[in-house]
Design a protein. Structure first.
Length: 305
């Protein structure tokens, strides 16, 4: 049965994380979930806005929440942890009448009394498909792959706002990828910071932090890192050469969005998942999945020992 949900793609979906957007749409489509963009959405303020002006930052988010209400949405999905955090923080701050009054002055009309619930795309999928239901949809199991999950520092913190399970040890991505057939390692750095937006003003900091994450994933013999954040993906994939220099190592570690990994398991063609956009080539992973699906036992070039 097809269902329709309100969707906030965020600015990065039309820019550097277009592969996240493509794979999100493809996976949700394969699962019968139709994502409807809320009308006339705007930037949530991303990382810097709330550091400049909390009320203006909240107004950006509240305008989106207001548009979701006007679209009769009681649930709003977004793929980006930064967007998720900003939207949820704004809704929480609007519980303060004095803060609400100041934000209302910045809007064309007073904000609605009740906002729709904002959750991640990952949570939205999990609400509709438990592990067994998801496993039933798998066409090409990820059984040959050993994966390390990386949530980043925003998805689960602060716990009272994000409501994403254990803030130090979330496990939703693990359960979904395990349902898709993958071997998922117990990755202890899953919620440490990768450097976030310091990749611009303090490149060495991001290189060192990202290098630590990549080095551990390599030491644990992971075939790939799986992420849910556009900024984390950029730091770990696009900036991987910088991380290698900082760690004095060579990683060659593919960094996939969880929707790309799930899409492969659901039998979605790689071209519809934006796999080709990855800086570190993931063709070896695809070859391993295809070989396992066809019953081949021949070793695949590029496989980790």
């Amino acid at each position: 049965m097809k269902t329709t949900v309100a969707y906030y793609p965020g600015c990065s979906a039309h820019g550097f994380s277009v592969d996240y957007e493509k794979s999100t749409q493809a996976v949700c489509g394969a699962l019968g979930i139709r994502l409807n963009d809320i009308p006339d959405w705007n930037c949530c303020g991303s990382t810097p806005a709330h550091a400049v002006d909390t009320e203006l930052s909240a107004a950006l988010c509240v305008r989106n929440l207001d548009n979701a209400v006007k679209a009769d949405a009681n649930e709003l999905l977004t793929p980006c942890p930064s967007c998720l955090s900003n939207l949820r923080h704004a809704a929480k701050r609007m519980e303060d009448p004095r803060f609400r009054a100041r934000v209302d002055e910045l809007l064309d009309n007073p904000a609605p009394a009740v906002f729709p619930e904002v959750i991640s795309v990952m949570q939205g999928i999990a609400r509709r498909f438990d592990a067994n239901a998801l496993a039933e949809r798998v066409k090409k199991p990820l059984k040959p792959l050993r994966l390390a999950t990386y949530y980043g520092c925003l998805m689960s913190r602060p716990a009272e706002i994000m409501d994403f399970g254990d803030p130090e040890n979330p496990t939703l991505m693990e359960s979904m990828l395990t349902a898709c057939g993958a071997e998922v390692v117990d990755f202890p750095l899953k919620t440490v910071c990768c450097g976030a937006s310091f990749g611009i003003p303090e490149r060495a900091v991001t290189a060192r932090l990202s290098g630590r994450i990549l080095a551990l994933a390599a030491d644990m013999r992971a075939d790939a890192l799986v992420v849910a954040c556009p900024l984390c993906q950029m730091n770990l994939d696009l900036r991987q050469k910088q991380a290698e220099h900082a760690a004095d190592a060579i990683f060659a570690m593919p960094v996939l969005y969880f929707t790309q990994a799930m899409g492969l398991a659901l039998g979605v063609p790689p071209g519809r998942l934006g796999i080709e956009k990855l800086r570190v080539n993931a063709n070896g992973l695809i070859d391993k999945i295809e070989a396992a699906a066809s019953g081949s036992t021949a070793p695949v070039e590029g496989s980790r020992p």
